[in-house]
Design a protein around this ligand. Sequence first.
Ligand SMILES: [Zn+2]
Length: 614
Amino acid sequence: MSGILVPQVPLEKDESVVSFAIRIARKHVDLDVQEFLHDLQLPLQDLLFGKRSAMSTLSVVTGIDCETLVVHQPERLQARQFRFRGHEFSSSFLGGTRTAYCPHCLLEDDGQGDGQRVARWPWLFKAVRTCEVHGCALQFAAKTAWSDQMRNLQTLAPDARGLHRLVDQSDLRPPSPLQTYVLRRLRGKHTSAPWLNSQDIEQAFRASEMVGVLAGWGAKQKLGGFNDQDWEDAGRLGFAVTGEGETGIRALFFDVLRSVELRHGKAGSHTIFGFFYEWLQFDKTGRDPGPIRTILREFILENMAVSPGTDLLGEEVVKTRRHHAHSLAVKFNLHPKTVHRAFVSRGLISSEDPDRMTGMDTCEADVAEELAGELQRAVPVAKLPARMNATRPQVDMLLREGFLKPLDSGHRILTQVLRGVDAREVDCLLARLTNRAAHVSRATAGQVPIPQAAQEAKRYSGDIVRALIAGELHNVEIIDGTEGYLALLLDPSEVLSVMPRDTSHLPLTKRAAAEQLGVSLTALDLLLGLKGNTPLIEWVEDRLPGPIKVRIRQAEVNSFRQRYVTLGELIQRDETNHWVVVGKLRAAGIDPVQDPKEIGVYLYDRLRAIPVPS
Ligand SMILES: [Zn+2]
């Protein structure tokens, strides 16, 4: 056979070349396509595989430009690998052995032109499940005979009655956006999904479907039982996510992560991402799934704890980027609960419950490992006095004043460890306190440790420590061979001069009050009720450091003096002596307000006693 067949059979829009060849055979020579190809010496496989040579032969006999034919039939490049319109993909991107068709389209074919049915190339693709023209779900004819691979719809699809029945049964639906996307890309039209456009068409399609399954069914879904409708739904769901690109995908991954509530914190990425992880980690087809794998890998590294050396989605993990309480505890031999509480206390994770670990709460690995070091070095408060050579009250003061910070800087009462202090911080404070001290073999007379200097100079230990750190004290000594907080020896007189204090606003001391009242200190103690008796004068507690604990307000002294008068004052006024005055008072019927033996002083009601001796 040679020359161009006349009359020419037009290649229909979207018609596959195999379908075209079937129609030419019938139209011109009323032959079965196999006989027709035999006459052309064109092997059927070459046509089915869209080989260039086959396209070229058909071009010669039909007069249709070879390149036109090429864009109507996918070309097999090698086993399971195809090319079509500039896109390369695996056989999985095609619809497999069954034959898809739209009954509407076929009925229209039946009723027009030469009445031959046209197989459209879009129907060859798995992504295409809905007729673009009629908006109905495509029908599928299974391959039952060897010749069915030619997808001859004259024989494979039902007759007109059967097609009408299918039309009546079929649901109408718009093509899925994923199908539209795939076809637009195959047709070389603009597609506005940058992330999908950045990968090859099969990757874009597969990623969209798998993301759709994850979004609609969750990570535990098994894909084995999925039917056409499920994949159709998955494609719609998935494209809504992948069309948005990385942001949408990461948001979905976060949803998956949040939906996993595990108590023990050992959940790996495989458990959490289930089938999706298996697809990207264990796929044996050797096909590169594209950028979706990188996105999941980065997401896992950024949000979950993965140990170095793990093979994660095709690449070994070099560095742990995130830790959860459990991973940190294992690495540093700490208790997971302690670590979790430390995370909560430091605000490193979003959880605020110190007792409940989800294992999904992770924080930056560097920060976490620094914290682990602190936990390992923690000195419990009870052991700080020995460690620092300090008294417990001094340690308490250092903690209270913030010179030492417990690991738990929050307000919770947590574990012993968290209430402890990082040994490094302890050493650092001691170094700051002692670095200016003179090391001596014998202390200068009068040099005393901080607590004693505080007593003698009547200053807060905390203020002295502040002055020491600020370098304001110079007479500081440490005897060779001693160390720690109490080894520091200060000069109380220097403390006094460096830290002057105005005490004039303070209430009276006992000595000053006794003087004003004209009573002995012993009597004053009795008047103040300090010996367990009923007080006649109120006192206030002196909270300042030093031996003075009792002070008396001036107003209290004044009001006492307005109410009472001592025998001493009466004698002075009378310019006589004890016996004379007491005698006069007795004669006037005035007795001391209280037994002098009880209060150590003869005390009378001023208003009654003053007039008497005159
Ligand atoms: Zn149709």
